[in-house]
Design a protein around this ligand. Structure first.
Ligand code: BGC
Length: 685
């Protein structure tokens, strides 16, 4: 596992594949055949339960006895009886089972196999109560492409992918499809870090090489696992300190959607997303509730620690991500999970109040509960503690659409070795795990990793002791700093009148919005404005464009609620005459191919940003690949958008950009007649 922030690289859109509705119930052929063979009485008793929206609702979760035995060993060795008691309380918690190599399926020296765990889960399951087994799918070819600590056994080659499919995914799917396990709910965390690495680290050669295999491998895993009705797919979505920036978040949601659309069931093959897998990013930063609060004249989010990222914690990131996913076409039922196994940050170093410093960086450093030296420090970070206990549908995070808090990384298992340890698991030595290393990726600071760590996945007792000691909430209750209680998120967002340049929003104050002095309104994650009443008019919007809004309540002390559920607003058509833009289209056509060159001019007096140039093809032409823009096609409609962060993302008044693409046609190749930019019709050049 690794965590990285990095520069953004564009992702090319793939052709859209038609969406299929979310599956409610489907029986595999194997399952159906098995049922047919049963006598009628047994049939009704053993019929698999339907695929539900949230598998965790009303369910218990599997407690891994192998991990529990390691915890019991630590408790036996603990010299402090109070600590031993806490460890024994931790021992009863559910943790995920990692299929981290092919031999883990059958069982190996590192642990018991998949059937062992499923059989144990059947023993733990109480009649009438569903039970979820958390399973991690983690063996892609070229695994952990931006780090070394969790490099895997399969190379990023066609041969590696073939083994991934047949020896790994097929082998796991065959076991999961055994009718014996049909009444277990299996929640699969799909390939931690893989797609996020393709968003932020695609300039790194091993990630470039792994990219096609990650896409194809994840698609294959989604297809095979979705075909089993009692399996639930949760794609890994990194964490707020990695993907939170708008320039990473948008492309991530797009990539997730692209990969989902390549699967047989489309969006329906993804039940949800899991964030913070094996990371330590806090669920909430209670003393930094408002990223736009100014200290010393600058917003808190501009502090060195947050680097302008709006998302300080996983509550922020999950709400942000959910909105983006829905905008990409994922169903509203998409559920989020947060790995809270190590993001507690309790203990003596946890702040108990916001700082009073007027220096921005000091203010942030003294107020944050995340005690890492940098948000990119991912390996065995010193000072971390166990976080929220696993639970389904946690309340208080309306905008996040949480299915559950889960413990995906089993507390006490190392993230990577702090020195070079020879091994036969394919794991490398990553200096991010070395406490003596000054890392350029962490602003040239020491890594803050714990010393004497074993290989990733191996038991690391010193870390386990610290995680238990620094748990927040404290294990077994007891004194813990009382975090401020934020107000409740506003409810019932509705849009009033919507015009092409403004959208009036209203919402309902929650009954416990007592003491609320104002509301912050976010468009996406960007602060769009504030309101002292329960209404707000967003201005400066573009015609015929869909925007997503959330609202947070703020009390007099500055505490901010979790985001409300989002409202999407589509502005109406423009009444302004053409003239804001001008488009020239020339085509070089042969047989069934052609090259189209476009010139887009901003003829208005303000910079043109976030442009989306659209037109329709009348003769069934198809866009193949383009340049200087990302092109998508849906039916006849073609849309070009700037490659995020690129030179032409903003077009200055009077400036022209050259963009284009190659396409195919079937003989007739008439040029489009109307071009629009953000819904406004452009003049023809
Ligand atoms: C390791 C895996 C291990 C997992 C859970 C990962 O970092 O690479 O081998 O199973 O952590 O501890």
């Amino acid at each position: 596992m690794c965590e990285v922030q990095g520069s953004y690289r564009p992702i090319l859109e793939e052709d859209r594949v038609s969406r299929t509705p979310r599956r409610l119930f489907a029986a595999t052929t194997a399952l159906a055949t098995a049922l047919v063979a049963l006598p009628l009485t047994a049939l009704s008793a053993s019929a698999a339960e339907p695929h539900v929206d949230n598998p965790y609702a009303g369910a218990t979760q599997y407690v891994n006895p192998s991990w529990a035995a390691l915890v019991e060993g630590a408790a036996t060795r603990a010299s402090d009886p109070a600590l031993a008691t806490k460890m024994r309380a931790v021992k009863t918690q559910p943790t995920a089972v990692w299929m981290d190599r092919i031999s883990a399926i059958a069982g190996n020296t590192a642990g018991n196999g998949l059937r062992f765990h499923l059989d144990q889960a059947l023993l733990q399951k109480q009649s009438g109560t569903p039970l979820v087994v958390n399973l991690v799918i983690y063996d892609l070819p070229g695994r952990d492409c931006y780090a070394l600590a969790s490099n895997g056994e399969l190379p990023a080659t066609a041969a590696g992918l073939a083994r991934y499919k047949t020896e790994y995914i097929d082998a796991i799917a065959a076991i999961l499809a055994d009718p014996k396990y049909q009444n277990l709910r299996i929640a699969a965390t799909i390939e931690p870090d893989s797609l996020p690495n393709l968003v932020t680290n695609i300039s790194h050669q091993p990630c470039q090489q792994a990219a096609p295999f990650y896409r194809e491998g994840v698609k294959y895993a989604l297809d095979k696992l979705h075909a089993i009705p009692n399996v639930y797919n949760y794609l890994d979505a990194a964490h707020s300190g990695w993907l939170g920036w708008d320039s990473n978040a948008g492309p991530s949601a797009k990539l997730f959607a692209e990969v989902a659309r390549t699967t047989q069931a489309g969006y329906a093959s993804v039940d949800g997303f899991v964030t913070n897998t094996a990371n330590t990013t806090p669920l909430v930063e209670p003393y930094l509730p408002n990223p736009s609060l100014t200290v010393g004249g600058n917003p808190v989010r501009s502090a060195k620690y947050y680097e302008w990222n709006f998302d300080f914690d996983e509550a922020d990131w999950t709400a942000h991500l959910y909105n983006l996913l829905i905008a990409e076409g994922f169903p509203a039922t998409t559920g989020l999970l947060v790995d809270t196994s190590r993001n507690g940050w309790g203990g003596a170093a946890r702040p108990t109040a916001a700082s009073t410093s007027t220096d921005l960086n000091t203010y942030v450093d003294q107020s944050r509960v995340d005690r890492r030296i940098h948000r990119g420090a991912w390996c065995n970070p010193s000072g971390a503690g166990i976080g929220e206990r696993p639970q389904s549908t946690p309340s208080g995070y309306a905008g996040s659409h949480l299915d559950a808090f889960v413990w995906i990384k089993p507390p006490g298992e190392s993230d990577g070795a702090s020195t070079d340890i020879p091994n036969d698991e394919g794991k490398g030595f990553d200096r991010m795990c070395d406490p003596t290393f000054v890392s350029p990726k962490l602003g040239n600071q020491l890594t803050g990793a714990l010393p004497d760590a074993p290989l990733s996945g191996h038991w690391f007792e010193a870390q386990f002791v610290q995680l238990v000691q620094n748990a927040y909430p404290v294990i077994g209750g007891g004194p813990s700093p009382t975090d401020p209680t934020p107000p409740s998120a506003p409810t019932g967002l509705t849009a009033g009148s919507v015009t092409n340049t403004s959208a009036a929003l209203t919402w309902t104050a929650s009954t416990d919005n007592v003491g609320v002095t104002s509301y912050d309104i976010y468009r996406g994650t960007t602060l769009a404005g504030s309101s002292a009443t329960t209404s707000f008019t967003a201005t400066g919007l573009t015609a015929n464009t869909t925007y997503s809004f959330t609202v947070r309540a703020k009390d007099a002390a500055g505490n901010v609620s979790a985001p409300s559920a989002a409202l999407s607003v589509t502005t109406t058509g423009s009444t302004t005459p053409p003239g804001g833009c001008k488009v020239g289209y020339s085509v070089n056509s042969w047989n069934t191919g052609f090259t189209a060159s476009l010139k887009l001019t901003n003829t208005s007096t303000t910079p043109l940003t976030n442009w989306a140039l659209s037109f329709d093809f009348a003769n069934g032409q198809t866009v193949q690949s383009g340049w200087n823009a990302n092109w998508t096609q849906s039916g006849t409609k073609v849309t070009g958008t700037p490659v995020p962060g690129s030179w032409n993302a903003t077009i200055a008044p009077g400036a022209t950009v050259d963009i284009g693409f190659n396409g195919t046609h079937t003989g007739t190749n008439n040029p489009p007649t109307t071009f629009t930019v953000n819904g406004q019709t452009c003049a023809l050049a």
